[in-house]
Ligand binder design. Structure first.
Ligand SMILES: CC(C)(COP(=O)(O)OP(=O)(O)OC[C@H]1O[C@@H](n2cnc3c(N)ncnc32)[C@H](O)[C@@H]1OP(=O)(O)O)[C@@H](O)C(=O)NCCC(=O)NCCS
Length: 173
């Protein structure tokens, strides 16, 4: 039986988180060429190293118990936002918005509940931190998982400069 452990990501994991990010977008059909995949990988590695260093990216990784390989991950990107009323209508929130990003499980580890465990870890972290909401953009593969954990569709709309309206490379899964 395949066993794994969950640990928090550190700055030294930036490259593997970036690789998951590229693989996630590829699986979602949003990486049109190898050249763009390479550019996205290097830009994401640099960006994630910085965000992990400054604490505005918090990530968790699933590690294969046999060889210590990272086989899945999920992260939260904390992005500055304008003040808003909290979800319960009781206060003004000035803290960063928390976007769930980079949710990815390697193909041979899928449908074993790994992403569910990672997402539960994210939710526990959010509750511990006193966050009143998490935001994400669901892929087709991820939608049922998020719905089962209590995520609801929102009123977000998107304008795209691409003529066919299908360019959503900076959605935030
Ligand atoms: C989505 C993804 C992260 C799920 O990872 P996983 O480790 O296989 O997920 P789990 O085993 O924890 O599955 C949890 C639930 O999610 C749903 N689910 C998982 N994969 C699914 C798929 N391909 N299609 C539909 N529902 C799916 C199921 O409800 C599943 O529960 P079940 O197995 O009891 O039916 C994985 O398929 C993946 O990396 N896909 C490509 C990248 C991607 O789309 N990432 C999400 C971006 S928002």
């Amino acid at each position: 039986m395949k066993t794994y452990a969950i640990r928090q990501a550190s700055v030294s994991d930036a490259a593997v988180v970036a690789a998951h990010r590229v693989a996630m977008f590829r699986d979602m059909g949003q990486v049109p060429s190898q050249a763009l995949a390479s550019s996205l990988l290097s830009a994401s590695t640099i960006a994630l190293a910085e965000l992990l260093r400054e604490g505005s990216y918090v990530g968790w990784l699933a590690i294969d118990g046999r060889d210590e390989r990272v086989v899945a991950g999920a992260g939260v990107h904390l992005k500055p936002q304008l003040p808003r009323i909290s979800q319960d209508g009781a206060r003004v929130v000035t803290a960063s918005d928390a976007l769930v990003v980079n949710v990815y499980t390697e193909p041979d580890w899928r449908r074993r509940g790994v992403a569910r465990v990672l997402m539960r870890t994210v939710l526990e972290w959010a509750l511990d931190r006193g966050l009143d909401r998490l935001v994400l953009h669901a892929s087709d593969d991820g939608r049922a998982l998020y719905a089962s954990l209590g995520f609801l569709p929102t009123n977000e709309m998107r304008w795209s400069a691409a003529r066919d309206g299908e360019s959503c490379a900076e959605a935030a899964p």
